[in-house]
Write a protein that binds this ligand. Structure first.
Ligand code: AMP
Ligand code: MG
Length: 422
């Protein structure tokens, strides 16, 4: 493994190699907890959940109309059927419907015994007192057996897989569980992640800026992204570029968290103490990836705490988090470390570069006059320009061997939505 604390001319790890290496070293947290359904959004399901009920539990009507026997309908003249009762949602019709008769039925009401179709009320002539209905031959001709009937178990069948372990629960999965009468779900406990920014120039928003100072923004990016991932975040604030400040802070945090996420201080300047401290407290598995922005990314462990040293530039932090850290965190959370969604689009821009590193440009997708996807990029490509990220709705990804982009070229576009940014 190209582990090195010295600046070496070794080939940089590609993103794919780095992720694969890191994933191999990650064991998903095993601890689980049971949470009520309304607390389960975004959590990772801890065990497979088979369906314990058929949904719907009985045949029922998909429409407001009349339940009848198809064989009673005439094809040569209108059919007159007496309405002998009603089946309302939650109030079934008792008994079997006699042949030659119809029952008023509402959407979701259990289909009474006997009838094999429901005709929509809009397709019937209905007596003012609803004591009978009349159905035209052309309506009768179009009715199929089972028309407008939702069959028992057609949505969910008892005993089949309802939800799989490792799924991150979206509203629709929580709703599926509710539809089974379930009140709570076993989920992985939240990943405990501590976040620190490092740099002597950094100031908290609200504080007065000293000469050479800037307001810090990386924690605001990282904490937001971590919360969207469902992590329990501890904010360690800003650490000065001093070994004696960084070391105790990281040592303490590592003892009580699953993950330590830092930004800044992993480059090669004299003030870049973070990497040194990680190496002193634990071990560095690798640092420096063939990516742009984000090259100085550092990955290591302090005992059982995974440490991700992200670079300081505001765009680098976001890109390194989304493309590198996110799959690792997902695996540790017990979820699938999914590949980002990549869409093909036509570039409307020119971009010159040297092949070698995988690169991401802040991008926006639109549809051209024939509704084909076209992607544009932000005018400046500086990894310090946070405004480019705020402008963008995704990233253009240029693979390692890409030697540049000309207008009209096909490029890959990664929507932020596919990277979990909401
Ligand atoms: P570093 O990786 O520490 O060398 O930082 C690279 C660049 O990112 C420098 O211009 C820093 O001032 C800037 N930077 C580092 N951390 C932050 C932060 N938390 N918020 C905003 N800018 C930062
Ligand atoms: Mg710094």
């Amino acid at each position: 493994m190209p582990h090195s604390d010295s600046r070496s001319s070794e080939r940089l790890l590609t993103l794919a190699e780095a992720i694969a290496t890191a994933l191999r070293s990650i064991v998903p947290i095993g601890e689980t907890e049971t949470v009520p359904l309304l607390e389960a959004y975004g959590r990772v399901l801890a065990a497979d959940l088979p369906a314990r009920l058929d949904v719907p539990p009985a045949d029922n009507s998909a429409m407001d109309g009349f339940a009848l026997y198809l064989a009673d309908l005439r094809s040569d003249q209108p059919t007159l059927l007496p309405v002998v009762g009603q089946a309302l949602a939650g109030h079934p019709y008792a008994g079997t419907v006699p042949r030659g008769a119809a029952v008023r039925i509402t959407t979701g009401a259990t289909l009474p015994d006997g009838p094999d179709a429901v005709v929509m009320q809009e397709q019937c002539r209905i007596a003012p007192d609803e004591s009978w209905i009349e159905i035209e031959p052309k309506v009768a001709a179009r009715l199929q057996p089972g028309e407008n009937i939702r069959r028992r178990g057609e949505d969910v069948r008892v005993g089949t897989a309802l939800l799989a372990k490792g799924l991150r629960l979206r509203p629709q999965e929580v709703a599926l569980a509710a539809g089974q009468g379930i009140t709570s779900l076993a989920v992985a406990r939240r990943l405990r992640v501590a976040v620190a920014s490092t740099g002597d120039e950094l100031h908290e928003p609200g504080a007065e800026l000293s000469p050479g100072g800037i307001y810090e923004s990386n924690r605001y990016t990282l904490i937001g992204l971590l919360r969207q991932l469902g992590c329990a975040v501890t904010d360690l604030g800003i650490l000065r570029d001093e070994r004696d400040e960084v070391l105790p802070a990281l040592r303490e945090a590592a003892a009580t968290h699953d993950v330590l996420l830092t930004s800044g201080g992993v480059s090669v300047g004299t003030a870049d103490v973070v990497r040194e401290v990680i190496a002193e407290l634990g071990r560095i598995a690798f640092w420096r990836l063939a990516i742009k922005p984000g090259k100085p990314v550092t990955f290591g462990w302090i005992d059982h705490c995974m440490v991700l040293g992200l670079p300081g530039n505001p765009v680098s932090v976001a890109v390194a988090f989304l493309l590198f850290a996110r799959p690792l965190l997902l695996k540790q959370m017990g979820a699938e470390p999914a590949e980002p969604l990549r869409l093909q689009a036509t570039a409307d821009f020119q971009f010159r570069r040297k092949p070698g590193r995988r690169e991401w440009l802040r991008a926006r997708l639109r549809l051209d006059s024939v509704r084909k996807p076209v992607v544009g990029i932000y005018p400046t490509n500086s990894s310090g320009a946070l405004s480019s990220l705020a402008w963008a709705d995704g990233l253009v990804e240029l693979p390692e061997d890409c030697a540049g982009v000309a207008p009209g070229d096909a490029v890959e576009y990664l929507p932020f939505g596919g990277l979990g940014v909401e």
